[in-house]
Write a protein that binds this ligand. Structure first.
Ligand code: DWN
Length: 390
């Protein structure tokens, strides 16, 4: 790749590496710099973190912690069945705790998951889950075990894998001639639009545009046939793909490519302007939280997210500005946030009337959270699209 750097997010820890006090001393850090590949227009990290440091038996992110995501996958699963043969076979890559799988018949639905704790859980639910990293070898093994797939699905997974050519060619091999490969990930255009630079962390080595995906998929024998713009995770694209020989694109593909062209997504200047806004956002958030502190306000954070790891470490926000974080995930409670070591507690223990301000670490679920917390007398703070009190 011929990459040029456009953004420096500083020294960062493992974004989902929530830790105990005794682990502080040996915490792993790396330099998070983001670049632009001139050949494909892919926005990608300058250096990739080794996958096994992030995805292992202690992985703590559970997709099923949000009702929005449960409903999103249930609705999509119901919808997509009309495009599949009656006795379809489905493979999910990156199945996490099974939030998508539970919508499918376990006899004909298989999964791949590198995090041993979750692979064990979904195997126990009855879904044959291969514990490992997706790529040519695993694709070959599953092909020999169960044959081709009518649907290969991946949500918030493809953008996690550094080697896209190996990833996509492995999908092409296991897909039936009529089969669909459908994947969804945060959209680059939306990230730039709402200044959600916190979508960038170790687990997201790439932020996809349709433009970049189009080129990379095509060189691996795959073509985009449809693009859905969805609102999940602050704006994502669901990309529908077929083997190139059997592909017929609908209007949505040309429309998305055209919009990205108008937006100048493939031009470095666009990214440099975004980087400027990211630096401004850091200054504004720091100023706002310092003002709250000066006024003696109690400020916490809502949702111990990977995204907030990027923000707190980039903006150098620690316990002095944010007293603690609340999160519903049992595996995160009682631990500390990566890098800046803010304690994490349950909402039952921490989200109470003494809180004046809550920074939305899980801003992507702000609608769900505001609905759930409608009796909250304090105010929420967000940084998207600009730093402000809601
Ligand atoms: O791609 C990825 C996305 C989909 O999920 C992964 N690489 C990792 C993860 O990123 P994240 O940690 O930024 O994701 P979320 O989905 O924004 O995390 C929400 C967090 O907030 C969870 O830990 C659960 C928590 N939460 C909560 O405490 N109360 C969520 C909701 C909706 C709530 O009401």
């Amino acid at each position: 790749m011929d990459k040029t750097k456009f953004l420096d997010l500083g020294r960062q820890p493992i974004a989902n590496g929530f830790l105990t006090e005794d682990q502080f001393e040996n915490e792993f850090f790396y330099d998070l710099s983001v670049g632009f590949d001139r050949e494909t227009a892919l926005v990608t990290h300058m250096e990739y973190v080794k996958p096994s440091l992030m995805f292992n038996d202690e992985y703590s992110y559970r997709g099923s912690m949000s009702n929005t995501m449960k409903l999103h996958f249930a609705t999509f699963s119901k919808y997509v069945k009309q495009f599949l043969p009656k006795k379809h076979k489905v493979l999910e890559i990156g199945s996490n705790d099974g939030v998508f799988l539970v919508n499918w018949n376990s006899d004909r639905c298989f999964a791949v998951e590198p995090c041993g704790n979750f692979a064990k859980e979904t195997n126990q639910l009855g879904y044959k889950t291969y514990c490992g990293f997706w790529g040519g070898d695993l694709s070959q093994q599953i092909l020999s075990d169960v044959g081709t797939m009518d649907l290969v699905f991946a949500a918030n997974c493809m953008c996690h894998i550094p080697d896209l050519d190996n990833t996509f060619s492995a999908v092409e091999k296991i897909l039936s001639d009529d089969g669909f490969f459908i994947f969804e990930d945060p959209s680059l255009i939306e990230m730039i639009n709402v200044n959600s630079y916190d979508q960038i962390y170790d687990e997201h080595p790439h932020i996809f545009s349709v433009t970049a995906l189009n080129t990379i998929l095509q060189r691996n024998g795959l073509s985009i046939v449809r693009v859905d713009n969805t609102s999940v995770h602050g704006g994502s694209n669901r990309i529908w793909v077929k083997k190139s020989h059997f592909a017929k694109a609908d209007d949505s593909v040309a429309r998305n490519l055209e919009i990205e062209k108008i937006f100048r997504i493939g031009e470095e200047d666009t990214l440099h302007r975004f980087a400027e806004r990211v630096r401004q956002s850091r200054k504004d958030l720091g100023d706002l939280l310092c003002r709250c502190k000066e006024l003696g306000k109690r400020v916490i954070s809502y949702g111990a997210t990977s995204k907030s790891t990027t923000i707190f470490n980039y903006c150098k926000i620690g316990k002095d500005l944010i007293e603690y974080i609340t999160d519903t995930t049992p595996e995160k409670q009682g631990k500390y946030s990566p890098g800046v070591h803010i304690p994490i507690i349950s909402p039952e223990d921490g989200f109470n009337p003494s809180v004046d301000f809550a920074f939305l670490g899980a801003w992507n679920f702000s609608r769900e959270i505001k609905e759930k917390e409608k009796d909250f007398k304090g105010k929420f703070i967000t940084h998207v699209p600009i730093v402000r009190v809601l």
